[in-house]
Design a binder for this molecule. Structure first.
Ligand code: CP
Length: 363
């Protein structure tokens, strides 16, 4: 069964096919209006969302299908202690495909192992947000005409920003993408991302502390919100929350055809005065999210029907290690009794398959 848990669960070719399908849907929406007639999408959202949940809902409706689900775990039997595994076993009796958002990292991976229907990760903690990545790739393709040979600056919360982690992983597979990381020390890109994604794939990247010093170089500026909900220490949040604010004055040094992306929601990191600038692509990006989710739903449902036994060709293999328990409090394994699963790193260490925390080799 094919799922989308990490952006790299799709090969570059499969990603390209989903983007092309989304472009075809944009060109002829009528052609797809009955494509999912009789099918049901379950949206299981344990964490707040506006864009992702509603764009999944709109996507399934535009495909002629139906949507069930919850937008608040408190209104489901999760509040009585039901596990992710049991919840998705139940949901799979009612629906054909699941989109899950969860505050615990790895919850969608757990779901994919028990559901028996395709599971889409709609964002898990600080870990991954692969459908935002598809949205971002479609937007870059439509705005810039290509997915290679450009310079992208990621600005803001690069530590907890799951959209940043997922997009960098996806871009590591395209030629000539230069990455500039713009963040305060407290919000640097995690070490595993720098070492095992950027270094491993030979990404040309550098870290800077102001957007002004790199603005003229950028083809894409990817702004992010400093996410209060991810901080365990409010003082630390208060220290960094106003680190970067994009305004028309800073934008005056940018290329005339640079685009500004933001997964949204924003707080104050882009002033409203920027919205009128034609380079502000973040609301166009939102609309692309619906079309690319239509393409993804169609693709996964077709694969489930035509080859239900198929596994993700691009994903790294999982190893079971009963001797190691992940100690990350943000990981689903901290609250649910899940099989301890790991991926092997190139230097022989292990990474928790749910949250990517690193553990040294078992001797
Ligand atoms: N970009 C994004 O994930 O937005 P929501 O949190 O509103 O779904």
């Amino acid at each position: 069964m094919r799922h989308l848990i990490e952006p790299t669960d799709l090969t570059v070719e499969e990603t390209g096919a989903i983007i092309s399908l989304a472009e075809d849907i944009i060109a002829d929406r009528d052609k797809y209006r009955d494509a999912c007639r009789g099918k049901k999408l379950a949206t299981l959202f344990y964490e707040p969302s506006t864009r992702t949940r509603l764009s999944f809902t709109a996507a399934m409706m535009e495909l002629g299908g139906n949507v069930i689900g919850f937008s608040d775990a408190a209104s489901s039997s999760v509040s009585k202690g039901e596990t992710v595994a049991d919840t998705v076993r139940v949901i799979s009796c009612f629906a054909d495909i699941i989109a899950m958002r969860h505050f615990k990292e790895g919850a969608p991976l757990v779901a994919s192992r028990f559901a028996g229907i395709p599971v889409i990760n709609a964002g898990d903690g600080s870990h991954a947000h692969p459908t935002q990545t598809l949205t971002d790739l479609l937007t870059i393709k439509r705005e810039k005409g290509r997915l290679d040979n450009f310079t992208i600056g990621f600005c803001g919360d690069l530590k907890f920003g799951r959209t940043v982690h997922s997009l960098i992983k996806a871009l590591s597979r395209y030629e000539g993408v230069r990455v500039i990381l713009i963040a305060p020390d407290e919000l640097r890109l995690p070490e595993y991302m720098r070492r095992e994604v950027c270094d491993k794939h030979g990404i040309d990247y550098r870290e800077v502390s102001t957007m002004e010093e790199v603005m003229p170089e950028l083809d894409v500026l990817y702004m992010t919100r400093v996410q209060k909900e991810r901080f365990l220490d409010e003082e630390e949040f208060n220290r960094v929350k106003d680190s970067f604010v994009l305004d028309p004055q800073k934008l005056s040094a940018a290329k005339k055809d640079m685009i500004i992306l933001h997964p949204l929601p924003r707080v104050n990191e882009i002033t409203q005065a920027v919205d009128a600038d034609p380079r502000a692509a973040y609301f166009r990006q939102v609309e692309n999210g619906k079309f690319v989710r239509m393409a993804l739903i169609l693709t996964l449902l077709r694969k489930a029907e035509e080859c239900p036994g198929e596994e993700a060709p691009a994903a790294e293999p999982l190893e079971s290690h009963s001797g190691i328990r992940c100690t990350n409090g943000r990981c689903i394994s901290s609250t649910e009794d899940v099989e301890p699963l790991f991926r092997r790193t190139d230097d022989g260490a292990c990474r928790c398959a749910y949250c990517e925390r690193r553990y040294e080799p078992v001797r």
